[in-house]
Design a protein around this ligand. Structure first.
Ligand code: ADP
Ligand code: MG
Length: 322
């Protein structure tokens, strides 16, 4: 039902960057190894994601736009073992309610693929299509049927910054995937498959290399792998602060505080440390289902995580005589 989809869309899709996030995550869930992001006018007229992932059968392609049609959860057990980004099955249905969507998809083992066009939840065409293995989703004219939301969008500069932030998060979480990113025909990023350090340097520039201090820790409840920036390179903005928990970007004021505590006395007031930290915890000990856009998370034992994080960063800085 179109109304329910539009309401859900209000929660899932705030701006073009929300579409970028959902489409990129779907490609990752489909085990893509190469992902292209193509946008026009800061995503206001086009957001397209093309992947080489597992693709969809004709039935799955049609089903993917039904609300709560997720292929990723079969029972309540799965909710606690979640390895995929998506699980609500509402992103594509929500997006299709408020935009023109063109899906092309093909499974590797099939000869021909499927092309579907949807406008405001209505299927306007479905055809057999000659298309490469994988999936392309093009989202055009976002909010075409909700002028108030469309008018509320910020300037292209601001919307592009939100998109770039999402792209950074996904690209950093998946250095083993190659990404390209085009805006209005110009290439903004071209990232090959690489290791984590190379990915950070590729995204933030070659000068980043000399300022990274590795952080590694492995305890029963928490594994940490990543880098912090040397204190003298700390920033006036928080643009280089990344936590990934089980490969998912999250915001955590509490864990951010643990990093700041590790840098205590080393950084001037008003400056912020850079960090790129991958945390691995048992999925049973976290709850990621507290917000539809899924950047917030609840840990069972956050005090312990805080203590481990703070001490392992201090230890790493100490090894570099910082
Ligand atoms: P969710 O990701 O929460 O399952 P979505 O609405 O984002 O919900 O996607 C619905 C379904 O469509 C997914 O469960 C998946 O089966 C299919 N799907 C979406 N995007 C892709 C893709 N790029 N490749 C393969 N399957 C996809
Ligand atoms: Mg999804």
């Amino acid at each position: 039902d179109h109304v329910a989809n539009q309401i859900a869309a209000g929660e899932v899709v705030q701006r073009p960057a929300s579409v970028v996030k959902e489409l990129l995550e779907n490609s990752i869930d489909a085990n893509a190894t190469d992902i292209k992001l193509i946008i026009k006018d800061a995503g206001k007229t086009l957001v397209q994601v093309i992947d080489d992932g597992k693709g969809m059968s004709v039935t799955d392609a049609r089903l993917s736009f039904e609300r709560h049609a997720t292929s990723k959860i079969r029972n309540a057990e799965d909710l606690f073992q979640l390895n995929t980004k998506g699980f609500r099955g509402e992103a594509l249905a929500s997006i299709a309610a408020i935009a023109h969507v063109e899906l092309k998809t093909k499974k590797e083992e099939e000869e021909l693929g499927t092309a579907i066009e949807i406008e405001g939840s209505k299927v306007v065409s479905q055809e057999v299509s000659v298309t490469p293995s994988g999936t392309s989703v093009a989202v055009k004219n976002l909010f075409f049927n909700i002028p108030a939301r469309r008018n509320f969008l910020k300037s292209d500069t601001v919307e592009l910054r939100h998109i770039t932030d999402e792209f950074h998060r996904v690209a950093l979480a998946h250095p083993n995937i190659s990404f390209t990113f085009y805006h209005n025909g110009g290439e903004l990023f071209n990232l090959p498959q690489e290791n984590y350090r190379q990915r950070i340097v590729h995204v933030f520039g070659s000068k980043t290399n000399e300022r990274l201090v590795p952080v590694e820790e492995s305890t029963e409840v928490l594994k940490i792998k990543g880098f912090v920036g040397k204190p003298e390179f700390s920033k006036k903005t928080k643009s280089e602060q990344f936590f990934f928990v089980n490969n998912r970007f999250i915001k955590s004021p509490y864990l951010n505080h643990a990093v700041k505590a590790a840098f205590e006395g080393l950084i001037k007031d008003g400056y912020h440390p850079s960090y790129f930290l991958n945390l691995t915890v048992d999925p049973k000990t976290i709850d990621i289902n507290i917000h539809p856009t899924k950047t917030e998370i609840k840990f069972d034992d956050e005090h312990t995580l805080y203590a481990i994080l703070r001490s392992s960063i201090k230890h790493s800085l100490g090894q570099f005589n910082i």
